[in-house]
Design a protein around this ligand. Structure first.
Ligand SMILES: Nc1ncnc2c1ncn2[C@@H]1O[C@H](COP(=O)(O)OP(=O)(O)OP(=O)(O)O)[C@@H](O)[C@H]1O
Length: 260
């Protein structure tokens, strides 16, 4: 269990996080969702251990880790730009971290992850030969072979589109469940958060607006921000798609319920 208690952070007198308290049970996927500048990345970096809170406490499995450096926490992050090594091939990128800690994952475990992420055919390739979705899967594999206690993902799907996005989403879900891996994801996309996570943390101006399962957010939004910002975006998206279909495919009245 990861527990945050009354976390506060300001930069140059401006409050960024204002009393964040939450619990993330083991093995759950939690998305941090909110508008640009609301403090999502700051919160993720605080869990990772590269940003210090001004006050408050972070506990992992009952142990106070607020002042533990990143290396001691054993969490790991996949950054938005993947940060892969361009001079190494896919296999060398995936196994890079094992050079100094070869006992963390066996060859069989590495092969299993390569299979799960569908990277078998790409192993000898250079990073520049890969698509965005393939790079994302390499970055995930490279992080997962190190068996992090918590997996942190910063906007993992933002550079991907359509089918590839769905495929990576499913792989993240499969891996989190298969390895019982607590996963914390930063996103600004409500659809992504609601379809990927066990729980969604909605942050607005540094405060928790709602922290619930996706169904509750959709069916029982706790305040106007959730209603207006999050649900409105989904409604607009749904209506845009519906209008497009109606115009392009000439859907007849009466069949509209099929799309809603
Ligand atoms: N190192 C820093 N020094 C000063 N201000 C910072 C620093 N890091 C973040 N901030 C400020 O804190 C606020 C929250 O930033 P943060 O990156 O956490 O937001 P975010 O929700 O992740 O935004 P986005 O979705 O745009 O990435 C912003 O106003 C940002 O300018």
């Amino acid at each position: 269990m990861l527990k945050l208690q009354n976390i506060k952070k300001s930069y140059d007198g401006t409050t960024v996080l204002d009393g964040i308290s939450l619990e993330i049970p083991d093995g759950e996927i939690v998305s941090i969702l909110g508008p640009s500048g609301c403090g999502k990345t700051t919160l993720l970096n605080m869990i990772l251990g590269i940003t210090e809170p001004d006050s408050g406490k972070i506990e992992f499995n009952g142990k106070d880790i607020t002042d533990s450096p990143m290396e001691k926490r054993g969490f790991n992050i996949v950054f938005q730009d993947y940060a892969l090594f361009p001079n190494l091939n896919v296999y060398q990128n995936i196994t890079y971290g094992l050079k100094n800690k070869p006992d963390i994952s066996s060859k069989e475990e590495v092969d299993e992850l390569i299979g799960l992420l569908g990277l078998k055919d790409h192993l000898p390739k250079k990073i520049e030969q890969l698509s965005g979705g393939q790079k994302q899967r390499v970055a995930l594999a490279r992080t997962l072979v190190m068996k992090p206690k918590i997996l942190l993902l910063d906007e993992p799907l933002s550079a991907l589109d359509g089918v590839i996005k769905e495929s990576i989403k499913n792989r993240i879900k499969t891996i989190a469940k298969e390895f019982h891996l607590t996963t914390v994801i930063v996103t600004h996309d409500p659809e992504e958060a609601l379809t990927l996570s066990d729980r969604v943390l909605i942050v607005n101006e540094g405060r928790i607006s709602q922290y619930s399962e996706p169904e509750q957010i959709v069916n029982a939004p706790q305040n106007d921000f959730v209603k207006n910002f999050i649900l409105n975006q989904l409604e607009i998206k749904k209506n845009n798609i519906f209008t497009l279909f109606k115009n392009q495919l000439n859907i007849q009245p009466g069949k509209e319920s099929l799309v809603s």
